[in-house]
Each structure stands twice: as C-alpha cells, then as structure tokens.
Ligand binder design. Sequence first.
Ligand code: G3H
Ligand code: 13P
Ligand code: ZN
Length: 304
Amino acid sequence: MKQISMLKNAMKNKYIVPAFNFANFEILRGILIASIEMKSPVILQVSESAMNYFSDELLSGLVESIRKIKHPISIHLDHGKSIEVVKRAIKLGFDSVMIDGSTLPFDENVKLTKKVVKLAHSKNVSVEGELGVLAVSNDDGLLSDGERFTSPIEAKKFVNLTGVDSLAVSIGTNHGLNKYLGGPKIRYDILKKIEQEIPNIPIVLHGASLIESQYVETINKYGGEINKAIGNVNLLKNAYKTHISKINMDTDFRLAYTSAVREYLATHKEVYNPRDYGNAGINAVIECAKYRIKNICKSNLKVR
Ligand code: G3H
Ligand code: 13P
Ligand code: ZN
C-alpha cells in the first residue's frame, strides 16, 4: 500500500501508523504477527546497517514475500543519508524512503532532499524528509534549542521547496536508550505551530521508543550492564490526537528481544538451539508491539 495514503488516513482519523525497525529476523517476525493480530497497518523500517546485515539478496526475497501477505504493510528506508542508498532501497522494492539531511545546513538539506524527491516520485516511491536535529545520547548541550528543534517557518519553506510527502521533526525525543536529555518533555507547543504551517503534511516522530524499565531490569538481572536508560511511557499517550501520523520505534524492540533471550538462556542452561531462545525473543517482540499499537498508536482494528 502506498505509504502516503496510509499516513493521510491516520492523520484524518486520529491514529498513528507504527513504524517499527527490524534488526533481525525474529524482530521482523514478531512485528508482523502483532500487526496482523491487532489488525493494525504497519511500516517495516530498514536502516542502511540493517540492509547490510541482511544482504540485498536476502532482503529482496523478503520484500517479495512480504508483498504476498494480505495486510497493509509498507516497507521503508530509515535514515537514508545518500542518493546511493536511496537508489538501493528503490531497487529492492521499498515503498518509501527517508532522506535524512537533518545535520546539513538548511540549503544543502533542501538540495539533497529535492533530488531524492525527483528520483523517488518518478518510481512511485514516497519520501520522508527531516528538519531539525535529534540530539544523540551524549551531545546534549552542544546544540541550542533554536538549532535543535524544528522551526515551524522553516518547515513550511522546506516542504514547499522539496515536495516531500511527510516530514520528520525534532521536538524533544532522541534516538537510543537516553530520551529527554535535559528533562522529560516533548515540545507539543512547537508541534502545534508546525501543524499550522503545514496542515496537510503528515508529521513523523523519530526516537519514540518508550524505554520501559522492565526490559532494562531483566537485561541487567541476567548478566547485562545497561547503566543509563531513560524513557517515559506517558509523554506520547496523546500523540495520536496530533498530526503525528508515523511514529518510529527501534530501541524498544532491541530491548524486548535481548531481555527475553538473556532470561531464556540464563534459565535454560542446556539450550543450544537458536530457535528455542529465538522464540522467546519473538514472543517478547509480539507483546512489545501490541502494547505500542494499542496504547500509543491507537492503530488497532484499523484494518478491516
Ligand atoms: O534511528 C536509527 C535506527 O534506530 C537505526 O539504527 O543503524 O543501528 O540500524 P541502526
Ligand atoms: P528509538 O531509538 O527511540 O527506537 O528511535 C528509532 C528511530 O527513530 C528510527 O528511525
Ligand atoms: Zn530515527
């Protein structure tokens, strides 16, 4: 299904399309089972490093097989940084691509994104652009609020100049284990202004994992050492009422999978069949995906 119609439908009907990254086969399998059982549309996201992990040969086969599943599933390139990786994703049969020029100066971001839009649209592929810089875990303080958060006025200019289908914005979330540097806060005030400037463009929120403490505690209980992991389960509870139409989560699935595998291996010392602990991982991913679909995205039962 064309991703832009998925997102526009979500924006109109006040829900969010879950965009979940898969780092391995088990996470992919868990996400698919959960989305189908919950009757939720889903965007499967692949980063460049995930592409390399799977290999283009196997990934193209996976894309082809996923196409045969009768369910609204869209396959998306996450954080494409170059024209080359965009071309690779299009060749693999992805429905949409993200071009992430967010760390470039505005004019260069526009130039790169515009090029990608021209290329992708000619192949009937949708494009997500990004404006505003999501801080990474340990660089808080390097960027001022003005540099870090998306400017609503620039968002309008960016959309008009590039022709992107959807826009990823920076309003307080971060990628990885440490969210909400400088305090748990999402700038819904900035989001509102962005919505007023670009009322017809679906907004994408990256760095939206919840980082539930249960996963981190289990990982640490069974031999892990994750010292700093800060999330907030409540901050995204009302996001579905806004123009946020696609929410990106990756870290939560890595945590869910790893915690289940660590627990299984620690409590089943005789095990050496990867499918035994793989199944424990898949079950944890299913539960993790269902919770997010129901409580954050409100996208359950949206597939008839
Ligand atoms: O936002 C980034 C994603 O979580 C992808 O991460 O490059 O480790 O697959 P990755
Ligand atoms: P998390 O690190 O919060 O899961 O964010 C993932 C993401 O934004 C992928 O593009
Ligand atoms: Zn992201």
